[in-house]
Design a binder for this molecule. Structure first.
Ligand code: MOS
Length: 688
């Protein structure tokens, strides 16, 4: 058995030696370079776009804008997500600052950039609105594509009968993924086929969107994403880099590369929307929860529907006779948001698990005890059983390792020198499951196996995990497996998103291995089996399927400077069977660092007059750096997912959920002050 053993990343050497090719550095003969130009106003129209000076510069080949670029199929906008904004350069409308309005194509990137600087663009501006608030006049119910709102029991009666009621508002800002590799694509056309090397989280799905946009058969779209330098959700969508590179390559009849600058990633790719969340929780004096009401609002663009599903925790974590969730969308003149690092659950759990902590505070009950006392035996809203729920073990085992038992409950009293010290806990659930995927495996004459999957590895370790799964399923060592991934030609596959990439691809590969083994006896080699899991997947399981976490944090707060530092972070996780503990731990500690970063540092800020993003670089937008990251530990409780033939669940995002609340709760314990707005910056600590 290879599954379950810690093994290093297969492509690790390629990556650290610089030999792994990324979208912006694949060599292509005859390559031209596109420089994206983005709108500088937050709402309006392009009045004039004068390209004469740019076209006169050396090396400039073309300027694409809404007046001369090819028409794209507007139906691509129906694809769920921020992709509604996709058909680029189609009209003169500017829906948000940072919207791509032109592409300058030249022989070199420097010449293209010089051309972009020489463009003269005039706008007619219209008043913009970025005034996000839960009670904004444009607020409306969010899409219920993920299912109806929870509304069980008599909320008003349970609140009225509660001994304590917490009723507070929590806020999280706009945040940007900040993957290490900026978005880039290299595209060319040959015989009516589009070829591209792109940085994205799912080349198969992207090939479908591109086929729709360009109105060609999907089999004529060939997207490769063999190595991707992180995504965090920001590369799930079909990116401007790819659409513009493909448009430009067609326009100039040469391969074109579009590599976004870091600033352009902030302005034009996607972000997590700001949220404002009112949480009301009522409990009786013994700490039994009676009423839960979570009303969350998020901002979105009128260009595209999107769901920041903040209310998932309220319907999953605790039993209560009355539970109500409400999700509100507020359309504003902003970049269409997209999924980011545990979408919904991460900002949602910050609000919800902070409020739960406040209930414990008001009742004088240990916050760990309060959580343990309210565990449901079945899903509190649907009444369905959980397929596996090892949350209590996460909490108790985490508490044991962290040393929670010795905790002094009083806030604001522990000092070490000038610093205040505190600890906090939070837990989280993240929905799990499988998306349809296919795989194909060939038994070669030399005894090896070629395994093909449209999966991609965005740095998670998927390549290593899938190789191990294939080897076990075929009863051979990993040396006998040649895994090919990261190419839309390798078959239909789920993207590396929604914490479901590896789960989906493991299912497809194990089913295909099974089919191949049935074919093998007496067969002439090579022989190939292909399985598409679409008909095998149960979309409406009669059990709820989630992963769980308990996060423990210890912080120091400096009352003189307001600086909060995290000193210890411990995460215990229930994620089904773990394929590769080394890489899984790396993914979870990475996600916890994302949660730390969210808690203390990350904040997108817009200039109130121009509406433009002020923090559109890594100098203005702070992320946790190495020195911010303390002793950090992630481990697993024994778990097995009965809904999955391999017992696995995805673990891509559960690490970021819960971390911010654990840190905020620890800050309260250190300082005695609740921080209900992220990030917990120095000024917020100094003047709460
Ligand atoms: Mo994940 S934020 O769905 O890539």
């Amino acid at each position: 058995m290879i599954v379950g053993t810690p093994r290093p990343r297969l492509e690790g050497r390629l990556k650290v030696t610089g030999a792994a090719p990324y979208a912006a550095d694949v060599p292509v003969p005859g390559l031209a370079h596109g420089w994206m130009v983005t709108a500088t106003v937050s709402r309006g129209r392009i009045r004039e776009l004068d390209a004469a000076a740019a076209l006169a510069l050396p090396g400039v080949l073309a300027v694409l804008d809404h007046t001369n670029s090819r028409r794209l199929n507007p139906d691509a906008a129906n694809y769920f997500g921020p992709d509604g904004s996709l058909p680029l350069l189609q009209d003169d409308v500017v829906p948000h600052a940072g919207r791509p309005v032109a592409l300058v194509v030249a022989e070199t990137p420097e010449q293209a950039r010089a051309g972009a600087a020489a463009l003269r663009i005039g706008y007619e501006t219209e008043p913009h609105d970025l005034g996000f608030a839960l009670d904004h006049p444009a607020a409306r119910p969010a899409s219920t594509l993920f299912g109806p709102e929870a509304d069980t029991g008599d909320l008003a009666a349970e609140l009225a009968a509660s001994a304590v009621v917490v009723d507070e508002v929590y806020r999280t800002p706009e945040e940007t993924h900040s993957a290490i590799e900026p978005h880039a694509a290299t595209a060319w056309w040959a015989d009516g086929h589009l070829h591209a090397v792109d940085t994205d989280q799912g080349p198969y799905g992207i090939s479908r969107v591109m086929a729709t946009l360009f109105e060609i058969d999907r089999d004529r779209v060939h997207i490769r994403a063999e190595h991707v330098g992180g995504g965090f959700g920001g590369k799930t969508i079909c990116g401007a880099q790819l659409i513009l590179a493909a448009m430009a390559a067609e326009h100039v009849g040469r391969p074109v590369r579009v590599a976004l600058t870091r600033r352009q990633v902030f302005l034009a790719t996607g972000s997590r929307p700001p949220t404002e969340q009112r949480v009301r929780i009522g409990a009786d004096a013994s700490g039994r929860l009676r009423a839960i009401h979570h009303h969350a609002a998020f901002a979105l663009s009128p260009l595209a529907e999107y769901i920041e599903w903040c209310t998932e925790q309220a319907r999953t974590l605790y039993a209560a006779p009355a539970i109500r969730t409400q999700l509100t969308a507020v359309p504003l003149d902003m970049l269409p948001p997209c999924t980011m690092r545990g979408p919904g659950a991460t900002p949602g759990s910050f609000a919800f698990e902070s409020a739960v902590d406040e209930v414990a505070e008001r009742l004088g009950i240990d916050p760990l005890d309060l959580r343990l006392r309210n565990q449901p035996s079945v899903s509190p809203v649907s009444g369905r059983p959980f397929s596996t729920r090892r949350l209590v073990t996460c909490l108790t085992e985490g508490a044991r390792r962290f040393g929670w038992g010795q905790r002094d409950p009083r806030p604001g009293v522990r000092r070490e020198g000038d610093l205040l010290v505190g600890t906090g806990v939070a837990c989280a659930a993240f929905i799990a499951g499988t998306f349809p995927s296919s795989a194909s495996i060939t038994a070669e004459a030399d005894g090896t196996f070629t395994v093909r999957s449209g999966a991609t590895d965005i740095g998670t370790g998927a390549r290593t995990a899938l190789t191990a799964v294939a080897a076990d399923a075929l009863g051979v060592t990993t040396e006998a497996i040649r895994l090919r991934i990261g190419d839309s030609d390798l078959g239909m596959a789920a993207d590396a998103g929604g914490s479901r990439g590896t789960t989906s691809h493991v299912f497809a590969i194990t089913e295909t291995a099974k089919a191949l083994r049935e074919k093998l006896p007496g067969a002439d080699l090579p022989v190939t089996a292909t399985v598409d899991t679409t008909p095998l997947i149960n979309w409406q399981p009669d059990q709820e399927r989630n992963t769980y976490s308990a996060i423990f944090a210890e912080v120091t707060a400096d009352p003189a400077t307001g600086e909060v530092r995290v000193r210890r972070l411990l995460g215990m996780f229930a994620v089904g069977r773990v394929i590769n503990p080394l890489l899984a731990r790396g993914q979870l500690t990475g996600a916890m660092i994302g949660g730390l970063s969210m808690a203390l540092h990350e904040e997108g800020v817009h200039d109130p007059v121009s509406g433009r993003l002020v923090t559109a670089d890594l100098a203005g937008y702070h992320i946790a750096a190495h020195a911010d990251v303390p002793a950090i530990e992630a481990d697993f409780v024994a778990d097995y997912e009965p809904q999955d033939t391999s017992g696995v669940n995805g673990l891509g995002e559960i690490g970021s959920c819960g971390t911010a609340a654990a840190i905020a709760n620890a800050v309260w314990h250190a300082t005695g002050t609740r921080q209900r707005t992220l990030p917990i910056s120095l000024s917020r600590v100094l003047s709460p």
